[in-house]
Design a protein around this ligand. Structure first.
Ligand code: NAD
Length: 496
């Protein structure tokens, strides 16, 4: 008998009015049913937004340091339940335990980092141009925020959004991805236990095109913070544009690692293995292109293929597994389709390119780690986000060509260069078009106290994490206090 889960609205776990439900199954073993969740519709969205709106009237007046203290307790509780949440997350979305522990750790780091901001959340004071007048600007909360998240970081991404949103005095309605509703329930249970008041955080399960779209359109939702695919991001942005809502978008990537002829090759090898096949390639920052200088290409390619052959694929709950399954059947089909596209385009398949569905892999969505050689920059496999364990090798003759190739996609999230030449490293930092650049490190590995986001089609100019996230979740308000006792007119030429 599987457990049936509910929405969380106004401090209560409530059944959705609809009788429709969806199942959440383990991608490593689809016989393993995790639970049944409601397919919420517009009615549940109305209730959740109303609860968030009512709670906003009180929550915005709670002093920010107090809000920060609650988030500190959230961090403590996440730490206490870290292993249990990580185990549940691996069962729910497949990535290996080392990675799900890391995912929960990002939530913990964010909680502690953001909680301290309760005693900062700095505004500015500045002299007025007039005598006996005081001028300052402060951060004000915005109102009800819709948080719509993907499945690949079921704890890290919601917490990146939610904790700063709450710290700033906003209330939220959270719509997690259909593939990871259970981790979302765990997060909300912890928020409740930590003392987040009713209505401040509301959770709605359901489909993106139904519950998600209703949330985006609701007139009382002031801000939409979305992480997911570029296609959905564009749709959401156009609705928000029509309705003049604030919207922050964190979208896809087509990240590349450059390896120059002077690089430490064993370091570059470790980097690309982790960047390309970690999380089964299902990270927005995953390495999907490997740009190799021709002088080291053959050597590094041979080493890479040899190591890739040995990657242990299986259930992420087994500590010895190195790569788990893809998230679902549709994802596996998409990856396999791209492999056929790559072959048809004339790329050379070096390894992988096959579905694994026999023996211990029979009940999951496993796929062999795949490497293509002789890829040219304009091929679809070098341009489009595949979101799976597929790496394309592109050969270049020079540093300048490497940078050009790296920059030649629509996306601009993460990037990496391996070189021992400090001049090249600095030129790469300057000339690469991306929100994140690593020198002698892989394309994955963001830390929560630095801005996170990308350029070009990866987003719309916002940055989560760091200190920049507060520009998403607060409004600037400028305040003038005139204590001269008379009408003073600014911008009037008062000079005698
Ligand atoms: P997705 O766009 O399919 O779904 C993301 C979320 O949007 C889900 O909760 C879904 O239910 C919801 N949604 C879908 N249609 C909607 C609609 N019409 N209106 C409102 N909500 C809707 O993405 P996904 O498959 O869950 O995640 C993978 C994508 O996310 C990849 O493209 C990846 O690069 C991207 N991603 C980006 C970042 C980043 O920070 N830049 C991080 C992680 C993942």
């Amino acid at each position: 008998m599987s457990e049936t889960f509910k929405n969380y609205i106004d401090g209560q776990w409530v059944e959705a009015r609809t009788a429709k439900t969806f199942e959440n199954r383990n991608p490593a073993d689809h016989h393993d049913l995790i639970g049944v969740f409601p397919v919420s519709g517009a009615e549940e969205v109305l209730q959740a937004v109303q609860a968030a709106k009512n709670a906003f009237a009180r929550w915005r007046l709670v002093p920010a340091p107090k809000r920060g203290e609650i988030l500190y307790r959230v961090g403590d509780l996440l730490r206490k339940h870290k292993e249990e949440i990580a185990q549940g997350m691996t069962r729910e979305m497949g990535k290996i335990l080392k990675e799900t522990r890391g995912d929960v750790q990002e939530g913990i780091d964010t909680a502690f980092y953001v909680s301290g901001e309760g005693r900062r959340l700095f505004g500015q004071t500045t002299p007025s141009e007039l005598p006996d007048k005081f001028a300052m600007s402060v951060r004000a909360p915005i109102g009800v925020c819709a948080l719509i998240t993907p499945w690949n970081f079921p704890m890290a991404i919601p917490t990146w959004k939610m904790f700063p949103a709450l710290l700033c005095g906003n209330t939220v309605v959270f719509k997690p991805a259909e593939d990871t509703p259970h981790t979302a329930v765990k997060l909300v249970e912890i928020l409740t236990e930590a003392g987040v008041p009713p209505g401040v955080v509301n959770l709605i399960h359901g489909r993106g095109e139904e519950a998600g779209a209703a949330l985006v359109r609701h007139p009382d939702v002031q801000l939409v913070s979305f992480t997911g695919s570029a296609a959905v991001g564009r749709e959401i942005a156009s609705v928000c544009g029509q309705n003049l809502k604030r919207v922050s978008l964190e979208l896809g990537g087509k990240n590349a690692q450059i390896v120059m002829e002077d690089a430490d090759l064993s370091l570059a090898l470790e980097g690309v293995l982790w960047g390309a096949f970690g999380t089964t390639g299902q990270r927005c920052t995953a390495t999907s292109r490997l740009i190799l200088h021709r002088d080291i290409k053959q050597r590094l390619t041979e080493l890479l293929v040899a190591r890739t052959e040995k990657i242990k694929i299986g259930d992420g709950l087994d500590e010895s597994t190195e790569m788990g399954p893809l998230i679902n059947q549709a994802a596996r089909e998409k990856v396999h389709r791209y492999v056929q596209i790559g072959k048809a385009e004339g790329a050379r398949l070096l390894i992988g390119g096959a579905i694994l569905d026999e023996g211990k892999w029979a009940n999951g969505y496993f796929y062999r780690p795949t490497i293509f050689d002789q890829v040219t920059p304009s091929m679809r496999i070098a341009q489009e986000e595949i979101f799976g364990p597929v790496l394309s090798i592109i050969e270049v003759k020079s540093f300048e060509q490497a940078i050009d190739v790296l920059n030649s996609t629509a996306y601009g999230l993460s990037s990496s260069i391996y070189t021992r030449d400090v001049g090249r490293a600095f030129r790469a930092m300057r000339d690469i078009e991306a929100g994140i650049t690593y020198v002698n490190g892989p394309t994955i590995g963001a830390e929560v106290h630095l801005p996170f986001g990308g350029v070009k089609d990866t987003g719309n100019g916002h940055r989560e994490a760091g200190t920049t996230v507060y520009d998403i979740f607060s409004e600037w308000k400028s305040i003038y206090v005139d204590y001269s006792g008379k009408l003073q007119k600014a911008q009037i030429d008062n000079a005698e």
